[in-house]
Design a protein around this ligand. Structure first.
Ligand code: DGL
Length: 271
């Protein structure tokens, strides 16, 4: 099927992929915009976290898994709801899969349009913040602005814990805020790019720590609009309830059921 093919099976799902629970922030935006679209949430829990892995390992995992999942679940479109995976493997995945692929890349463009001080903070994984993809977005959209990048892997763990019902460690968020403020011009940051899909799941906590003078920006709503645009005119029918698929059967999977259930996902499969 090509981007132009407008007639997939009505119950063909939209597949939303991340390393863990982060992609649920994108799923929420897609659900809000397209309530009738059947969804399948896929997480490479066996590979989490991606942020500390090498480019080669991430690219191999993402391309391999999306290939297997596409064969098994026949999605009409796949969304890589992960900045780390997208900034590294988007091109490669587009070459191997014959369905539309929507990626998630740091929302530097909207942040540059919003900043008044000219200083933008960006938090993501270690792998994301070192990508040439991010250098290119900065050169294209944030010319004349200051972009301060910080790796905040502890916030990935905090979001994973939160969705399993555990208390969130505000200390990790405070540390990220301090580290950004300590950078040159860091005290003038007025826009913060959440360049990891896990982080919008902590938006309340991030607001509490960063304060109302710092605007939080992420790409979820834009991704949902892009998916709606690419599937415009297609019909949707949900013949089976939406499902989640994980790559490991760890003991903490059951703790995710309430968060998934609140999003209309009752069935969990392990690939
Ligand atoms: N949610 C992922 C992202 O947007 C990364 C989390 C991880 O696996 O390190 O980058």
């Amino acid at each position: 099927m090509s981007d132009q093919d407008a007639s997939p099976d009505p119950d063909a799902p939209i597949l939303i992929f991340d390393s863990g629970v982060g992609g649920l922030s994108v799923l929420d935006a897609v659900r809000a915009l397209m309530p009738d679209a059947p969804l399948i949430y896929a997480a490479d829990t066996a590979g989490l976290p991606y942020g500390s892995k090498s480019e080669a390992e991430i690219a191999a995992r993402v391309a391999g898994l999306l290939g297997r999942m596409s064969e098994r679940f026949r999605p009409r479109l796949a969304c890589i709801a992960c900045n780390t995976a997208s900034t590294i493997a988007l091109g490669m995945v587009r070459e191997v899969l014959h369905i539309p692929i929507v990626g998630t890349v740091p929302a530097i463009k909207p942040a540059a349009a919003l900043t008044k001080t000219g200083t933008i903070g960006l938090i993501g994984t270690e792998a994301t913040i070192r990508q040439a993809y991010v250098d290119n977005l900065e050169a294209e959209f944030a010319q004349g602005k200051t972009l301060l990048r910080l790796a905040a892997p502890d916030l990935v763990a905090a979001a994973e814990a939160k969705l399993r019902g555990d208390p969130v460690d505000l200390g990790a968020i405070r540390k990220a805020a301090e580290d950004l403020t300590m950078m040159a011009s860091g005290n003038t940051i007025d826009v913060l790019v959440l360049a990891c899909t896990h982080f919008p799941l902590l938006s309340g906590e991030l607001r509490e720590v960063f304060g109302s003078e710092v605007e939080l920006v992420d790409g979820a709503a834009g991704i949902a609009r892009r998916i709606a645009q690419l599937t415009q005119g297609q019909s949707f029918a949900r013949s089976i309830p939406d499902r989640a698929v994980f790559t490991s059967a760890d003991a903490r999977l059951d703790a995710l059921r309430p968060a998934l259930g609140a999003r209309g996902i009752e069935d969990i499969l392990v690939l």
